[in-house]
Design a protein around this ligand. Structure first.
Ligand code: ZN
Length: 273
C-alpha cells in the first residue's frame, strides 16, 4: 500500500510534469473506483480542464484543476498512477485514463479495485479526509505535540501509529520499519511506553520516513507506478536474519494484517484481545 514516502515521491514527480497540461480526453474504462461528489458527469467535468498543481495529504494525492475542482486519489492497497506514452500497453486493471495535452497519459490502475478516485471541490467531504491528524513529517509535530497526541490512545502502539486520525501517512509497512528502528514490540499497549520510549518512537518516525524518501527519490525516478520495497529492514522480510542482530525476523498475522519484527531487538509478549 502506498504510504507517505511512496506518495511523496510520486507527488514530486507529478508536480514536475502535470501543472499546465490540459486534460484533452478522459476514458472511464471502469467506473467502479470513481466517486463524483459534484453534480453532473465525471468525464465532461474533466475534459478541457487544465491541471494546476499536485499535493499530498496523508495517503491521498490531490490533483488540482485550474477551475477549482480536485481529483483526489486514495490508492488504498494496490492503486497506482501511471504516467506514460499513450502507446504503452494498458494494464488489465486500468480504470481511468486522462489524455494530456503534452502527449502523455495519466492512468489509474488498481489490481484490487479498492482505491478511490474522487472528484470534488472540497476534499473535506471525502470519507476519512477531514479527520486526519497532522502529517507524520510535519515540522510542527514536536516531541511535546507528539506526546500530546498519544496521551489519549490506549491501544497497541502499531495500531496507534497507523491510525490516520493520530498521524497521517503511516501504514502497515512503515509502521513495522519505525518500530524496528525504535526497538519497540509492535503489540505493546501505548500506556506501557516510557517517556524515553516515546521519544525514541518520535525520532524513529522522522528518521525512517525521511531516509526512505531519499532512497525512493533515487530508486523510483520517473517509474511512479513501480512499488519499491526491497530495501526495507523488517517489513516483508519474515524468515530472514535481522540486519541488526541476526535473529530470524518474525511474521505474525494479527489484527487482520501482517506484522514483521525482531523478537530480540523488539522484545515483548502479545496480550490477547
Ligand atoms: Zn534483531
Amino acid at each position: 500500500m502506498p504510504e507517505l514516502p511512496d506518495l511523496e515521491v510520486i507527488k514530486e514527480h507529478l508536480e514536475r510534469v502535470l501543472p499546465g497540461q490540459r486534460i484533452e480526453g478522459v476514458e472511464l474504462l471502469r467506473p467502479l473506483v470513481v466517486r463524483n461528489l459534484l453534480q453532473g458527469d465525471f468525464v465532461s467535468a474533466l475534459e478541457g480542464r487544465e491541471l494546476s498543481g499536485v499535493r499530498r495529504r496523508g495517503k491521498f494525492l490531490l490533483l488540482d484543476l485550474e477551475s477549482g475542482e480536485k481529483l483526489v486519489v486514495n490508492p488504498m492497497l494496490a492503486g497506482r498512477l501511471h504516467y506514460c506514452e499513450p502507446k504503452e500497453r494498458r494494464q488489465k486493471k486500468t480504470f481511468v485514463i486522462l489524455h494530456l495535452s503534452g502527449g502523455m497519459d495519466l492512468r489509474y490502475v488498481d489490481a484490487k479495485a479498492m482505491g478511490k478516485v474522487y472528484l470534488t471541490t472540497d476534499p473535506n467531504l471525502i470519507p476519512g479526509f477531514a479527520r486526519q491528524g497532522p502529517e507524520a513529517l510535519d515540522p510542527e509535530l514536536t516531541l511535546e505535540a507528539f506526546q500530546d497526541r498519544l496521551r489519549r490512545r490506549r491501544g497497541e502502539i502499531k495500531g496507534v501509529l497507523t491510525n490516520q486520525a493520530v498521524l497521517a501517512g503511516i501504514g502497515n509497512a512503515y509502521a513495522d520499519e519505525i518500530l524496528f528502528r525504535a526497538e519497540l514490540y509492535p503489540f505493546r499497549k501505548r500506556p506501557s511506553l516510557s517517556a524515553e520510549e516515546v521519544e525514541r518512537l518520535h525520532d524513529a518516525i522522522r528518521s525512517v520516513l525521511s531516509e526512505v524518501i531519499v532512497t525512493l527519490r533515487e530508486r523510483v525516478g520517473d517509474e511512479i507506478d513501480v512499488k519499491v520495497r526491497d530495501f526495507l529492514e523488517v517489513h516483508g522480510k519474515g524468515g530472514t536474519p535481522c540486519p541488526r542482530c541476526g535473529t530470524i525476523i518474525s511474521e505474525i498475522r494479527a489484527r487482520n494484517r501482517l506484522t514483521n519484527f525482531c523478537r530480540t531487538c523488539q522484545p515483548g509478549t502479545m496480550i490477547a484481545g
